[in-house]
Write a protein that binds this ligand. Structure first.
Ligand code: SGN
Ligand code: CA
Length: 534
């Protein structure tokens, strides 16, 4: 018998006994591509997110929260298994199919007597396992009138905006769940590209001029992989698809993405489409009047556009459109998370529930001139993480220890009182959260907390052309190796003196000692996590 199977059997035999105590519930809310810069409890420059801030204010906010592989499917697989990508088998979105027969945290929670449910984006190709109830979006899903796949395999279209519908379904499930402690996974589609706002939010943020991040005009000097990537707002953001400058087939030049865009907004009813057009069509008309139609095809060289030039103006215009639409999508996310909190409060559940808000990874909001993620640079290595803690967990405010998304599985198992299988690579975060209630063992765990994290990204060749890479991040430094048929490049950053990671110090004589040590520590992590790539 396989080890996992025997463990599950053993645990299910014990479950009824454990289930008699009121163990905390878990509400795990994971959004898509929502980055900490666009959450006011992390960053006050751009948007206001009062409900997300409420979680942080009443609970904890992690300031060093990272993913193991900055991409949707891989992040989800890390979360479900507590293991790095090379162990859970789902290394990239392009070729991955999650092996749902493997040991997963939801299955272990079920075996420990929890009722489990998943609503929303899944993105792991295979059918979900380990959930008593699930209802998922196919692949990336749609914002407007989205289709859901139900547990019986049928597909059904729900009317409305995806963020609200997912929340409605989650609340309905909580309302009708059984008596057991529960773990509910609410996986939003928002705020994934292309950023389509709820119709009632179309006019929000239109008067806001978002400040450009300081490294917007990065020239990528000393960083070969950064220079080779294709995720610049200037040259890779599509006028029709991303910024929605779409009047009609006749008037607007086609782009590679316009078909996809038409399919997305084609889901709107006639009346809804009118609301949408009433907002975007005048903007589109103005746009094409001012810029002409050739801009769809002409790559904008962000870095070389001279300040005050037409290119520079258009570049900034694209940035503002991007920021505004993304901010609108975040607004509805914030409101819907507020509804979940209100529900838990009204039902008297909040005191005995761990509420987690996180994303599948961070995102670039113009840093380095980019959108998207994938890189091990700070904005996309990081992921927001705030928690409302159940009774008995007294820590409040900032948690600055380094945590990673492979830690969620052992944390939830620990909270449920279930054993943490030894092949799980993450560690339980509970010792960090006890505060005054910390035991000797908790204090020891905190004292010996990890002082480095390991990262490995695999999806190349692929969209955005980010080369494969792995690396280590310590408190102060980051060492990255980009590898593959067309690259073999090391990068080393001192995050203290260069927080925006603009100066690759690899090979500099002054860094010799640090570099050698980082190589050793990187190799030690690859051995510890048993990653064959080294
Ligand atoms: C889509 C997007 C990409 C994005 C990937 C992965 N392009 O392919 O911009 O990087 O998803 O995102 S789009 O033209 O289809 O919008 S992930 O979050 O699901 O990993
Ligand atoms: Ca994502």
């Amino acid at each position: 018998m396989k080890r996992e199977t025997s463990l599950l059997l053993l645990m299910s035999m014990q479950a009824p006994l454990w289930a008699q105590t009121a163990r905390p519930n878990i509400v795990y809310i994971m959004t898509d591509d929502h980055t900490a810069q666009m959450m006011s409890c992390y960053d006050t420059r751009f948007v206001e997110t009062p409900n997300l801030d409420r979680i942080a204010r009443d609970g904890v906010r992690f300031t060093h929260s990272y993913v193991a592989n900055s991409l949707s499917g891989p992040s989800r697989a890390c979360m479900l298994t507590g293991k790095h990508s090379h162990k859970n088998g789902f290394t990239n979105n392009e070729h991955g199919v999650f092996d749902g027969s493997q040991q997963t945290m939801p299955k272990l929670l079920q075996a420990a007597g929890y009722e489990t449910a998943l609503i929303g984006k899944w993105h792991l190709v295979s059918t979900p396992t380990g959930f008593d109830h699930w209802e998922i979006l196919p692949a990336q899903g749609d914002y407007y009138n989205p289709t859901f796949i139900r547990q019986d395999g049928t597909h059904a279209v729900d009317s409305g905006y995806v963020t609200r519908i997912i929340t409605d379904k989650a609340l309905a499930w909580m309302e009708h769940r059984g008596e057991k402690p529960f773990a509910l996974f609410i996986h939003h589609k928002a705020c994934h590209r292309a950023w389509l706002p709820a119709l009632e939010d179309l006019t929000l943020y239109e008067d806001t001029a978002f400040p450009l991040p300081p490294e917007f005009h990065d020239d990528y000097a000393t960083r070969e992989a950064a220079a080779k990537t294709e995720m610049e707002i200037g040259k890779d953001m599509d006028i029709v698809y991303d910024t929605k400058m779409f009047v009609s087939h006749d008037e607007t030049p086609a782009t590679i993405h316009s078909g996809a865009y038409e399919r997305m907004i084609g889901r709107l009813s006639k009346d809804e489409r009118k609301q949408y057009d009433d907002f975007y069509v005048p903007l589109s008309r103005d746009f094409y009047e001012k810029w002409g139609k050739d801009y769809n095809f002409r790559p904008l060289q962000v870095q070389s556009s001279v300040p005050g030039s037409r290119d520079a103006e258009l570049l900034e215009w694209k940035y503002q459109r991007y920021m505004r639409d993304y901010a609108k999508v975040v607004h509805s996310l914030d409101q819907e998370v507020g509804r979940v909190l209100d529900y838990l409060e009204q039902k008297g559940l909040l005191d005995n529930t761990l509420v987690v808000y996180t994303s599948d990874q961070g995102f670039y909001m113009g840093e380095h001139g980019w959108f998207d993620k994938r890189f091990m640079y700070e904005e996309s290595l990081s992921t927001p993480l705030v928690m409302h803690l159940p009774k008995g967990f007294e820590r409040r405010g900032i948690v600055d220890e380094m945590v990673q998304n492979i830690d969620y599985a052992p944390t939830f198992l620990d909270l449920a009182g279930a054993p943490i299988p030894s092949d799980i690579q993450g560690v339980s975060l509970l010792p960090l959260l006890k505060g005054k209630a910390a035991t000797k063992a908790d204090k020891k765990a905190v004292k010996q907390w990890r002082d480095a994290i390991y990262y490995h990204y695999y999806e190349y060749p692929a969209e955005h052309a980010v080369r494969r890479h792995y690396g280590i991040r310590t408190d102060r430094y980051k060492l990255i190796h980009f590898y593959g048929h067309d690259i073999d490049a090391w990068e080393l950053f001192d995050l203290k003196t260069d927080p925006h990671e603009l100066h690759n110090l690899y090979g500099q004589p002054s860094m010799e000692g640090v570099q050698k040590q980082l190589h050793q520590r990187l190799e030690a992590l690859q051995i510890q996590y048993d990653d064959p790539q080294r």
